[in-house]
Design a protein around this ligand. Structure first.
Ligand code: ADP
Length: 992
C-alpha cells in the first residue's frame, strides 16, 4: 500500500496517536520535521498551527494537506511520525516502506533564515535550555523588544514551544535576526572551548583595564570622521550594512555574511591561522566596518568572546619610529594600564583566544607584507611593521585573533598563506543605498528627492554602491538636485561637486559666482594638493603641523573641511591631520598635478606607469612625520612602488584623466595656462592609448581552430576607467578599436556597476562582436543596466555568479532582443526566479538565431519551465539549454519535453538536479525519440526510477544521433544494475 493510502486508511489512528495525550508536542515535532525537509511551506505551517484552535483540528488540517500533497509528502509524514511517536504508540500504526533517511537532507540553504527552517528540529532542542540567553542576544542586537520577549516567555508555553515561538518571531524579523540566533547557538555549543569566559576569573586590575580600554574604544568609535567639524553624526545613526561575502567559494555558504561572521567559523579555510582579512576597494567601508565592530564590542553588543579588543590604524602606525615590544605597542598605542602592567600583560599572554586585534588599512602601511623577519618573543623590541607581520602570521602571540583590512590589490600570496579566511566588502547593495540616504537625511522629502534623482541617473546610482561616494552625494544634495539630470556621470564629477560644496560652504554669499569659485580658492587647492601629492608619493596619510607648514597650509585652509584631525589612541599630544578619506587625498594630488605649473613634466607620464615611480618627483620629497628612521627611508625610496602605493597612484591617475576631460576644462580656464593644459591632455590620452596597446600586444595568437581570446590583465579595468573619466568618444574609439579578439574574459576582476559603466562606454566602439565573459564579479542589476550600451557588440554574454535578479534580466532581454549579434547568454548562479522566464520566452520567440541559454543554479520551478516552454515551442534555433540546479520537477520537464520534442536544432540539454522523476523522464524520452539534432542530455541527480530509465532506453532505439544520456544519482536501488548508469549510445548493447 502506498504512503498516501496509508495516511488515509489510518486517519483515525494517526489523529489519536498525535493528539490523545492532550499535548501538542508530537504534532509540533512532526511539523518541525516536515518544515525542515521542505515538505511543508511556511504558509502551510501557519495554516495548520492556528493559535487557539483545537489540537485535533490542527492535526486534521495537517493530514488533509499531506494527503493532497501526494505520495512523497505522505511518505515523509509517516517517517516523521514514526520518529516522533514513542515506540508503543507507533507500534499500533503501519508505516510499511516509509523509512526515509530524515537526517540526510542535502544542505542547500542560502540564508540564515533558511537554516532556521532546515535545522528546525535540532534548533528547537538546542534552544530549550537557553531561551533567556537567546532573547537577550536578540534584544541587545536590536531585533527584539520587550513585547517580543514576553510573547516567547508566555507561561502557558512549554520550553519547546518557547523555542518554536522564538524561532517563528525571529523569522518574521528577517535575516540579520536569524544570524544572531544561529551565532548565539553556535557560541553556546562551543562553551566547552577556551572561549568560555564563565570559567575565568580575571584579576581585578585586568577588569579595570578592560573597562578603561572599552570606554576609550567606545569614545573613539562612536562618531564617523567624515561627519567631523560641524555636522557630527553618530555611527549608530548612520551605519548601514554593507555587502559582506566570502572571498573564496565555500560549498555550504551562499549569500551575504553578517558582522559576527567575520570572527565566526563560517568559511574558515585554515583552522591553524588566526587572521581574518576584510578586503575591499577604497571607500567600500572597511574602516567604518571595523569601527562598528569596535563600538559593538565596547558596548557589549557583539564579539563578547573577546575580553580585550585592541584597535590599530596602520596609517597611524606608520608614524611610529621607535622599536617597540608587543606590550609597549598595546599599552602605548591603545590604552595605558594604570597599575599592574605586568600582571595584565601576563593575563593576555595566558589567554590569547580572548584577545582581538584589529589592524585597519594594511595597504597603507609603508612596508609590504613579508615573513622574512621572524620574531616570537613578546618582550623583544622590533620595528612596528615587523611586530605587525609576526602577529599576523601567528609567530608572535599565537592564538590572538586578528582582523585586518586592506584593499585587495595589496594582498599578495605571501599574506594569503597566513589567513584563516578572507571576506570581501562590496559596498552598499541597492537597498543599502536607499537605507543610507534615508538615515543621512532626517527630512524624508529630501531623502526621497535624492533617491528619485539617483534612479534617473543610473551611472551615478552605480557610483553610490561605494559608500564614500554615497556619502558625498548625500552630503552635496543641494548641488545634486540643482545640477540637472544626468550631469554627474563620473567619479571625478562627484569629487568636483564636493570640492565646490566645501569651498562654497566657506563663502555662502558668493554661491552664485559661476565658475569663479575655483579661481577664488585656487591657492588653497594648490596648497592642499601639494600636501596630498607628496603624501601619495611617500605613502604618507597622516601629516604633522610641520608638514602642513611646509606646504604653506593655513588655519583657514584647514577650516575648509578636507583635512580632519587624526584620531590617535596613543599618548602623543601633538596634532596630526589626515584627509577626510584616502580618495580625497588622491583627488587633491590629481588637482595639483593638473593645476600646478611646478610639477615635473614627466610626472603625469610616470603616474600612468607606476613601476617607474621612483624616478619621478613623486617619491622624492618626504615629510618628517611620516618617515621612519633614515634606514627605512632608504628602503622606501630605493624600492619600486609597493603593492600598497599602486592603488593610490591609480586612483590619482583616474582623477587626473577626469579633471582633464573636456567637461571640466572650463573650470581650470582661468587657473592654468591653456597651452599647458592641452599638453597635459595629450600626455594622458597618449598614456591611455599606449597602455591599451600594451595589453593587446600581450594577447597570444590562438591555437588553430580556436577563438582569439584575451584575459584581462589587472590594469586593464583601471585603464578603461580612466578612459571613461575622460568622457571623450574619440579617445575611447582610438584606444579600443584596434582590439581584435573574439572573446574578452574579465572573470574575478572586481567588476561592479561602476566598472560596467566604464566598460560599456569603451567596448561599444569595438569593431567586431565579442563574447564578453564577466563571470564571478558583482555586476548586479544596476551593472546589467550599465552594460546595455555595449550589448550590440556582444555575441555571447557570460554573467555567472553576479547577483542578478529578474529585474536586471527584464532590462537585459529588452535590449538583447534588439541586438543582431546577441546569440548566447550564461547566467548560472544568480538570483533568478520564475518571474524572469517570460522574458526569456519572449526572447526565444523573437530571436530565431539565438543559440544558447544557460540558467543553472537559480530558482526556476515548474511554472518557469512552462513559461520557457512557451518560447521554445516557437523557436527554431536554440542549440543549448541548461537548467541545472533549478526546481522544475516532473511538470516542468513535461512542459519542456512537449515544446522541444520536434526541435531540429537542440543539441544539448541539462536538467541535472531538478527533482525530475520518471514521469518527466518518460516525457523527455519523446524528445529523444523524435529529435534529429539532440546529442547529449544530462539528467544526473534527479529522482528517476527504473520505469523512467526504461522509457529513455526505448526511445534510444529510435534515435541514432544521441551520444549520451547521463543518469547518475537517480532513484535506482542498489540491487538494480542501472545504478550509476550512463547511457552511451555506443554501449547500448550492454544495457539490460
Ligand atoms: P574604506 O576604509 O574602505 O576606504 P571607509 O570606511 O573609510 O572606507 O568609508 C568611507 C566613508 O563612507 C565613511 O567615512 C562613511 O562616510 C561612509 N561609509 C562607509 N561605510 C559605511 C557604512 N557601513 N555606513 C554608513 N556610512 C559608511
Amino acid at each position: 500500500m502506498c504512503a498516501q493510502e496509508l495516511v488515509l486508511k489510518q486517519r483515525t489512528e494517526i489523529l489519536h496517536a498525535l493528539c490523545s495525550s492532550g499535548s501538542a508536542e508530537h504534532l509540533e515535532r512532526v511539523l518541525d520535521i516536515l518544515l525542515a525537509h521542505g515538505e511543508l511551506l511556511w504558509e502551510d505551517y501557519q495554516n495548520i498551527q492556528v493559535l487557539g484552535r483545537a489540537l485535533y483540528t490542527n492535526a486534521r488540517w495537517l493530514l488533509d494537506l499531506v494527503y493532497t500533497k501526494g505520495v512523497d509528502t505522505c511518505e515523509h509524514f509517516l517517517t516523521a511520525l514514526k520518529q516522533v511517536l514513542p515506540e508503543e504508540q507507533g507500534a499500533a500504526l503501519s508505516f510499511s516502506g516509509c523509512c526515509l533517511n530524515l537526517e540526510k537532507r542535502e544542505e542547500s540553504q542560502s540564508t540564515s533564515t533558511q537554516t532556521l527552517l532546515t535545522h528546525r528540529p535540532s534548533l528547537v532542542s538546542k534552544l530549550q535550555g537557553c531561551i533567556d540567553g537567546a532573547l537577550e542576544a536578540l534584544v541587545v542586537s536590536g531585533h527584539f523588544n520587550s513585547g517580543d520577549c514576553n510573547e516567547v516567555r508566555l507561561p502557558v508555553h512549554t520550553p519547546s514551544q518557547q523555542a518554536r515561538c522564538l524561532l517563528d518571531h525571529v523569522r518574521s524579523k528577517g535575516e540579520s535576526a536569524a544570524k544572531v540566533v544561529l551565532h548565539y547557538i553556535e557560541q553556546k555549543q562551543q562553551s566547552g572551548s577556551p572561549l568560555n569566559q564563565e570559567k575565568l576569573t580575571p584579576p581585578k586590575e585586568f577588569l579595570k583595564y578592560q573597562k578603561k580600554l572599552s570606554s576609550s574604544v567606545s569614545a573613539q568609535s562612536c562618531f564617523l570622521s567624515t561627519y567631523g567639524g560641524t555636522s557630527h553624526m553618530s555611527l549608530d545613526d548612520i551605519y548601514t550594512e554593507g555587502q559582506l561575502e566570502l572571498a573564496h567559494d565555500c560549498a555550504d555558504v551562499h549569500g551575504p555574511l553578517g558582522l559576527e561572521d567575520i570572527v565566526g567559523t563560517v568559511g574558515t579555510v585554515s583552522e591553524e591561522a588566526d587572521t581574518v582579512l576584510v578586503s575591499g576597494e577604497a571607500g567600500s567601508g572597511k574602516s567604518t566596518l571595523v569601527q562598528r565592530l569596535h563600538l559593538l564590542w565596547a558596548r557589549g553588543a557583539a564579539l563578547q568572546d573577546f575580553l580585550l579588543l585592541f584597535p590599530f590604524s596602520c596609517r597611524r602606525l606608520n608614524s611610529e619610529q621607535r622599536e617597540l615590544s608587543v606590550q609597549e605597542l598595546l599599552f602605548q598605542h591603545c590604552c595605558w594600564p594604570d597599575r599592574e602592567q605586568e600582571e595584565i600583560f601576563q593575563f593576555i599572554l595566558d589567554h590569547p583566544h580572548l584577545i582581538l586585534f584589529t589592524f585597519d588599512g594594511l595597504d597603507e602601511l609603508k612596508q609590504s607584507f613579508s615573513d622574512e623577519h621572524r620574531l616570537c618573543c613578546p618582550t623583544q623590541r622590533a620595528p612596528v611593521h615587523i611586530l605587525l607581520f609576526n602577529l599576523i602570521q601567528g609567530s608572535l602571540m599565537k592564538g590572538v585573533w586578528k582582523v585586518v583590512t586592506s584593499r585587495p590589490e595589496a594582498v599578495g600570496p605571501l599574506l594569503k598563506k597566513h589567513l584563516r579566511k578572507e571576506v570581501s566588502l562590496k559596498g552598499f547593495s541597492p537597498s543599502g543605498i536607499n537605507c543610507f540616504v534615508r538615515k543621512h537625511h532626517s527630512d524624508p522629502t529630501v531623502a526621497a528627492k535624492i533617491l528619485e534623482s539617483l534612479q534617473t541617473n543610473t551611472a551615478l546610482l552605480g557610483l553610490c554602491h561605494s559608500p564614500v561616494l554615497c556619502w558625498i552625494v548625500s552630503q552635496c544634495h543641494k548641488e545634486l538636485l540643482g545640477c540637472g539630470e544626468g550631469s554627474l556621470q563620473t567619479i571625478t564629477d562627484v569629487y568636483v561637486m564636493i570640492l565646490q560644496h566645501f569651498l562654497q560652504h566657506q563663502s555662502p554669499l558668493k554661491s552664485n559666482m559661476g565658475l569663479g569659485w575655483l579661481q577664488e580658492h585656487l591657492k588653497t587647492v594648490l596648497r592642499l594638493g601639494q600636501l596630498a601629492f607628496e603624501g601619495i608619493g611617500t605613502t604618507c596619510y597622516v601629516f604633522s603641523c610641520t608638514d602642513l607648514e611646509t606646504c604653506g597650509i593655513t588655519d583657514k585652509d584647514i577650516c575648509m573641511g578636507f583635512l580632519i584631525q587624526s584620531k590617535d589612541m596613543s599618548s602623543t599630544h601633538s596634532k596630526r591631520y589626515e584627509f577626510l578619506h584616502v580618495t580625497m587625498q588622491c583627488f587633491f594630488a590629481a588637482l595639483y598635478l593638473v593645476l600646478s605649473t611646478n610639477t615635473d613634466r614627466s610626472a603625469i607620464l610616470k603616474l600612468f606607469e607606476p613601476q617607474d615611480m621612483r624616478d619621478t618627483g613623486l617619491t622624492s620629497r618626504c615629510f618628517g612625520a611620516c618617515l621612519p628612521s633614515t634606514d627605512q627611508q632608504g628602503q622606501v625610496l630605493g624600492g619600486e612602488a609597493t603593492a600598497a602605493e599602486t592603488p593610490n597612484l591609480q586612483i590619482t591617475a583616474t582623477f587626473v584623466s577626469g579633471l582633464l576631460s573636456q567637461r571640466h576644462r572650463n573650470l581650470w580656464l582661468h587657473c592654468c595656462p591653456s597651452a599647458l593644459m592641452e599638453k597635459k591632455v595629450k600626455q594622458v590620452s597618449r598614456c591611455l592609448s599606449k597602455g591599451m596597446q600594451k595589453h593587446f600586444k600581450s594577447i597570444p595568437q590562438p591555437v588553430a581552430g580556436e577563438k582569439k581570446s584575451m584575459h584581462a590583465m589587472p590594469d586593464f579595468v583601471w585603464l578603461i576607467k580612466c578612459i571613461y573619466e575622460m568622457q571623450e568618444s574619440k579617445i575611447a574609439k582610438d584606444a579600443i578599436s584596434k582590439l581584435e579578439v573574439d572573446h574578452l574574459k574579465l572573470t574575478y576582476c572586481n567588476i561592479g556597476p561602476v566598472e560596467c559603466t566604464a566598460l560599456a562606454y569603451v567596448l561599444q566602439y569595438l569593431r567586431n562582436p565579442v563574447g564578453l565573459q564577466l563571470d564571478n564579479n558583482s555586476v548586479g542589476d544596476v551593472g546589467v543596466e550599465q552594460l546595455l550600451p555595449c550589448m550590440h557588440i556582444c555575441n555571447s554574454l557570460y554573467l555567472r555568479n553576479n547577483n542578478i535578479t529578474d529585474e536586471g534580466i527584464r532590462k537585459l532581454i529588452a535590449k538583447g532582443i534588439q541586438c543582431d549579434n546577441f546569440r548566447k547568454i550564461a547566467l548560472f548562479n544568480n538570483k533568478l526566479t520564475d518571474a524572469c522566464t517570460q522574458h526569456f520566452s519572449h526572447l526565444l520567440k523573437t530571436k530565431q538565431d539565438f543559440l544558447s541559454l544557460r540558467l543553472g543554479n537559480n530558482n526556476i520551478t515548474a511554472e518557469g519551465a512552462k513559461q520557457l516552454a512557451e518560447g521554445l515551442r516557437f523557436n527554431h534555433s536554440l542549440q543549448f539549454l541548461g537548467l541545472w540546479g533549478n526546481k522544475i520537477g516532473d511538470a516542468g520537464a513535461e512542459a519542456l519535453a512537449s515544446a522541444l520534442e520536434n526541435s531540429k536544432t537542440l543539441v544539448w540539454l541539462s536538467l541535472v538536479g531538478n527533482g525530475v522523476g520518471s514521469a518527466g523522464a518518460s516525457a523527455l524520452a519523446n524528445i529523444i525519440k523524435n529529435s534529429t539534432s539532440l546529442e547529449e542530455i544530462w539528467l544526473t541527480q534527479n529522482c528517476i526510477t527504473r520505469t523512467g530509465v526504461e522509457c529513455l532506453i526505448q526511445a534510444l532505439e529510435h534515435n541514432t544521433r544521441v551520444k549520451s544520456i547521463w543518469l547518475r544519482n537517480n532513484d535506482l536501488s542498489l540491487e538494480e544494475p542501472l545504478t550509476e548508469l550512463t547511457l552511451i549510445k555506443d554501449h547500448r548493447s550492454s544495457l539490460p
